[in-house]
Write a protein that binds this ligand. Sequence first.
Ligand SMILES: Cc1ncc(COP(=O)(O)O)c(C=O)c1O
Length: 380
Amino acid sequence: MITSKLPATGTTIFTVMSALAKEHGAINLSQGFPDFPCPPALQAALERYIEEGFNQYAHMAGAISLRQAIANKVALTYGATINPETDVTVTAGGTQAIFTAIAATVHTGDEVIYFTPAYDSYAPAILLQGGKPIAIELQHPSYQIPWQQVKDATTPRTRMIIINTPHNPSGTVMTAADMRTLQDLVRDTNILILSDEVYEHIVFDGARHESALRFPELAARSFVVYSFGKTYHVTGWKMGYCIAPEALMREFRKVHQYLVFSVNHPAQLAFGEIMETQPKLWQELPQFYQRKRDLFIKHLQGSRFTIRPSQGTYFQLLGYENITDEPDTALAERWTKEIGVASIPVSVFYDPAVQSKVLRFCFAKSDDVLEAAAEKLCKI
Ligand SMILES: Cc1ncc(COP(=O)(O)O)c(C=O)c1O
């Protein structure tokens, strides 16, 4: 009766694992969301803007006070000059920004290169436009980008390359050398870049987030995507934004206006206000999450897992090759039921699935939850 446009797509593993964790009373380190509260200043600002009556449609591209705050922030953090009128659009989370950028630019038959393991929204968004997702595997276990392979995979049909740094699920961050290699690779081509930087402020061990916005040649051909959910512990608000040069943003907005038209008005005003008045909320994020990563790893020291400390994001991969040969999906389900800790099998971030004997754990959790989870994992 109906021909599916995404026949291979089922219920996402995130929904499956969270439901399984609930059913078995397991500690849920599967889906990526913090268990700590929204910053009080953000909540107070939101309540105030609702009270003051900012409850009708915002400007299609976003409240100008927020777009100005975003422009100020990227000037400060990445040395990038953007025009808040033309170069930024506020979106319903990073996911909508990603979908919109792809829908606005990828034509039938266009090829889009992305790297696996990958955040799960990229390939379906490409397929829905009649595009061809070209998956390139990151090198295991370092999860570095194999640049020669990328070069070999580019063709006259390559419309876009999607990068993600800090990277979910691997927790690696791209270096300045990576960004320069990418810049060289796309020079003299029509290839666009979609740079998914939703974990921009969750980078560890003194490393610097190498935003595409720091590299003028890249910025000139990039859609750069951010998420307030990750930065302000409010993933359920589904708020984010996209930055792109005017010509690209014009096309982006043509889709955005028919996809959502505009997004939550009082929340935009609240974010605009606290970005200006509470910069510590994002400035202190690296230390905040690094302490959590270190705590989780410290309590896993007695375990049989292979641990390569995460360089960024709030995810830690654990290799179980010294423990069992079981496939990761069956194992993640079994350990949720028997050990009481839910994780995400990394094979689901590949298409087709690749067995990597690695599970992903989210450490955006309170200390006692992380300690209790690590204690259970150490018993395996
Ligand atoms: C790599 C990556 N990109 C984008 C997103 C989407 O962010 P949002 O929740 O703001 O849609 C996520 C969320 O998990 C993510 O991990």
